[in-house]
Design a protein around this ligand. Sequence first.
Ligand SMILES: CC(C)(COP(=O)(O)OP(=O)(O)OC[C@H]1O[C@@H](n2cnc3c(N)ncnc32)[C@H](O)[C@@H]1OP(=O)(O)O)[C@@H](O)C(=O)NCCC(=O)NCCS
Length: 177
Amino acid sequence: MAKQKTVKESEVVMTEMVLPNDTNTLNNLMGGKLMHWMDIVAAIAAQKHSNRIVVTAAADSISFKHPIALGNVVTLKAQVTRSFNSSMEVFIEVWAEDIPANKKTKTHRAFFTFVAVDQNGRPIEVPQLKPESELEKELFDGALRRRQLRLVLAQRMDPKDAVELKSIFNFQDGPPK
Ligand SMILES: CC(C)(COP(=O)(O)OP(=O)(O)OC[C@H]1O[C@@H](n2cnc3c(N)ncnc32)[C@H](O)[C@@H]1OP(=O)(O)O)[C@@H](O)C(=O)NCCC(=O)NCCS
């Protein structure tokens, strides 16, 4: 059986401060800058899980609900939710903190997918993930459906093969009321 690793072994927390160069004309953090930080923190988690070079294959479910203001401290936490053959899904959570006001808000979450590659850029097998806590198990279970959805949308999977994803939409007695 392939090697197994826990979530904790590769979890990463990264802290940044929003500086003037990171902002838009409303003095809030640029979305692209936040995505850059997300990509870095998540790539480090995927590297730690696989002990390999990793490339970003997909970034999804990012919504920009709360702006993050100039001067805020941004904390990003990344954890691998599940690994497949060469790919790993990473869950990222973001908090913005106004330290003088003593206020910390959870602002964003997202799922990124990384693929471990060899020196020639070819996908290579990664260790399996062993979820331990209830949340880790929940994220692990959902990862299969999210993988199928993103592969169908990327036209890399035939929708008829997305069995677990379809099961969410199959209602024997009509849709839920
Ligand atoms: C990601 C990449 C390595 C996949 O290579 P490939 O030759 O298409 O390999 P495969 O079809 O064998 O897929 C390899 C894995 O990638 C996954 N994958 C490929 N495209 C994906 C996508 N859009 N979303 C999620 N996973 C994807 C596959 O599901 C597969 O996972 P598995 O091994 O766990 O089953 C290749 O497309 C690549 O190098 N892309 C550019 C990456 C990059 O430069 N990122 C930075 C952004 S500019």
